[in-house]
Design a protein around this ligand. Structure first.
Ligand code: DAH
Length: 338
């Protein structure tokens, strides 16, 4: 029995070592440690042994069984390890990771945020008003006569109710003065709407930033200094700024502002960027009437106001030739700003 056991063990260990796949190893396992294994056959013959021989034979069989199952486990592990290693053999761990596309702020957002940041540094607080406005806030209170062309059906989106989509953010001047008492120093970025024919420089919805400063002794020189500072902060220290007399119903005197800029790949030229002026006393009177008090006394207070196109600023800043690119959400365009 002794030699039989050690023969079986030798044979089993050799078969285990020779099994080079997990399937082959499984066959060896069934053969040498399954129910019909030669060791089990020997064990069945133990009943014929004498009581002295039995424990010795039992011990022998156990040792052989343990050796075989230990060898099976070890071989299984090493076959698995080899398979794992083979499955990542082609992998180059030093290869750079695949780049994740990164998001970015929209160019309009970048320009708007910068404008707000500069003006907040100068003490302007953020204000807002509704985009669906009354004729009073958009036109009447801003001293705009009933026959002004901007009030025309063909220029402005009217609702059946008589309300309209605000044609400029100047309505926020009125909204703010209705709520606050002087001094008032606000900026109001937001959308405005006009029935414009859509082309490379016009959309029916666009973005403006309105400014208003009302206090005692606010002067035209304050307006000039503030806006010159603003445009130099926006476009560079040496930027030339020009105030060209103009007309707006809600300011007197009024100006258009041009900055001399070099758009990428072009000769420097004057570009119109904003309207501005000293608040017309008629605006204060309309506000007082709406408030029902004299908080904005035209005899005591002066103020300046300005309104600029933010889309225009973004187009200048980035050399964008077609305003429609700003709303088309084409990632081929937008990813250039990432
Ligand atoms: N509201 C004018 C526009 O949309 C811009 C403007 C001009 C705003 C003069 C002002 C201003 O506050 O004083 O064209």
């Amino acid at each position: 029995m002794d030699t039989q056991v050690s023969q079986i063990q030798t044979e089993a260990l050799a078969a285990i070592a020779a099994a080079d796949t997990e399937a082959a190893l499984e066959e060896v396992r069934v053969k040498f440690s399954g129910k019909k294994s030669p060791l089990n056959a020997l064990a069945a013959g133990m009943k014929d042994l004498s009581p002295e021989e039995k424990p010795v034979a039992g011990q022998l069989l156990n040792t052989a069984r343990q050796a075989i199952s230990g060898a099976l486990d070890e071989r299984r592990q090493s076959l698995q390890d080899a398979a794992d290693a083979a499955s990542v053999a082609d992998l180059d761990a030093t290869m750079p990771a695949r780049a994740l596309p990164s998001g970015a702020l929209h160019p309009l957002t970048v320009v708007k945020d910068r404008a707000i940041q500069i003006l907040r540094r100068l003490g302007f607080a953020l204000a807002e008003g509704p985009e669906i406005e009354t004729e009073f806030h958009c036109f009447d209170a801003l001293n705009t006569p009933a026959d002004h062309p901007a009030r025309n059906d063909s220029d402005t989106f009217y609702f059946d109710s008589g309300k309209l989509l605000r044609t400029h953010t100047s309505s926020v001047q009125v909204r703010t003065m209705e709520k606050q008492t002087p001094p008032v120093k606000i900026i109001a970025p937001g959308s405005a709407y006009r029935r414009d024919e859509i082309d490379a420089t016009h959309l029916s919805v666009f973005n403006q930033l309105e400014g208003l400063y009302v206090d005692k002794d606010v002067r035209l020189s304050d307006l000039k200094g503030t806006l010159e500072y603003f445009y130099r902060a926006m476009f560079g220290d040496k930027t030339e700024v020009r105030f060209r007399p103009h007309f707006f119903p809600f300011t007197e005197p009024s100006f258009e502002i041009d900055v001399k800029l070099q758009v990428k790949g072009e000769a420097p030229k004057w570009i119109e960027v904003a309207g501005c002026g000293m608040v017309d006393p008629a605006v204060f009177s309309a506000v007082n009437e709406s408030r029902g008090d004299e908080a904005f006394d035209p005899a005591q207070l002066t103020g300046y106001a300005f309104g600029m196109g933010l889309d225009r600023l973004a187009m200048i800043q980035y050399g964008i030739k077609d305003i429609r690119l700003l709303i088309e959400n084409d990632t081929r365009f937008l990813s250039q700003f990432a």
